[in-house]
Design a protein around this ligand. Structure first.
Ligand code: NAP
Length: 310
């Protein structure tokens, strides 16, 4: 059987694409992976997704999108896509235990925050004090003390954003200079609410039911100190989930799929579209991923029509 369209990924981008494709009568097949739902399922309360005045739990938001897609006619395959072959005619997606063929494909495999593998990180991640998204979680730390880990643009941007809410923001960076752009770095340095701990690595996040503090080591003199704080924001980069597409789709040096068209959802291969965090390292928001999912679906539908497939 050759599907009209296969959507790889079931986060905000993939599920929005599924809703649009289903409403276009394309009966999309969503290859949803073994851990469906994407990054939203690891966040707690979402207060910035329009339409939910009281906020909504990340897991519930994704679950609602999935049900909406299913009601409209999307089908789901609980397998991981592990390999792809995208010739000009029929696209092939190799899954854990099946092989899918489709006339068009939307890649919406997302990204994962880079983690540090230190004690406490997993325990407190997602609603208990450790986050990888200040835009999502800063309002939960009003008048609190938080630590931001990293020295790149994300760390500086997150720290500045958090400073609007928090009593104090500590940046913990492993070197003595920022990787961030000059303008971001100087804005961060000049913010009176932000203190920077140079040459310092995070060793442990501790607490009870919530984060109460961090243990950091100075890499110059190996001194270990404990600092009280209420939250830890990891800003040491993200890893796009794009391994199966290497040498198939054009990517930047960090492995993000490069959009090739005006709407940036066309990839380097005709008939293959991209949406969400696997191609967006700038915004990384649920709503922007959903928007890209919509754009990819409409572009895919037009491609199928133009090619005479539907
Ligand atoms: P990044 O530029 O790769 O910076 C990651 C930072 O985390 C670096 O300072 C790095 O330290 C540190 N780090 C990495 N692994 C670590 C570890 N295991 N332990 C401790 N520290 C660690 O990542 P990013 O800041 O997320 O930015 C990614 C890309 O998006 C960049 O191209 C950036 O310019 C772009 N971006 C742009 C904007 C904007 O334009 N507004 C905003 C955000 C991001 P070292 O410096 O020692 O390597």
């Amino acid at each position: 059987m050759i599907e009209s369209i296969a959507i790889i990924g079931s986060g905000c981008a993939g599920l929005t694409a599924a809703i649009y494709c289903a409403r276009a009568n394309l009966s999309p097949l969503v290859i949803e992976g073994s851990q469906p739902g994407g990054q939203l399922t690891t966040t707690s309360e979402i207060e910035n997704f329009p339409g939910f005045a009281e906020g909504i739990n990340g897991f519930e938001l994704t679950d609602r999108m999935r049900k909406q897609a299913e009601r409209l006619g999307a089908r789901f395959l609980s397998e991981n896509a592990v390999s792809v072959n995208f010739p000009t005619d029929v696209k092939k997606v190799g899954c854990s235990s099946s092989a899918i063929q489709a006339k068009a494909v939307i890649v919406a495999t997302g990204a994962a925050p880079r983690m540090m593998s230190i004690p406490g990180e997993k325990k407190f991640f997602g609603g208990r004090g450790v986050s990888a998204c200040a835009t999502c979680d800063a309002p939960f730390f009003r008048k609190k003390i938080v630590a931001v880990i990293g020295g790149g643009d994300s760390a500086c941007e997150e720290a500045s954003f958090l400073a609007n809410f928090c009593e104090r923001v500590l940046i913990v960076h492993r070197r003595n200079e920022f990787r961030a752009s000059k303008i971001m770095a100087s804005r961060t340095r000049n913010n009176p609410k932000i203190a920077i701990l140079w040459d310092s690595v995070l060793q442990e996040i501790f607490g009870d039911d919530k984060v109460r503090g961090i243990k950091i080591k100075n890499v110059k003199d190996n001194a270990v100190s404990e600092i009280k704080c209420d939250g830890v924001f990891l800003a040491i980069g993200h890893i796009p989930n794009t391994t199966p597409f290497k040498s198939v789709l054009a990517m930047d040096e960090d492995g993000y799929i490069i959009g090739n068209g005006q709407g940036a959802v066309e990839t380097s291969v005709s008939g293959v579209f991209v949406a969400g965090d696997c191609s967006d390292k700038k915004f990384r928001q649920a709503i922007t991923a959903a928007g890209m999912g919509c754009m990819a679906a409409i572009s895919a539908e037009r491609f199928l029509a133009n090619e005479g497939f539907i």
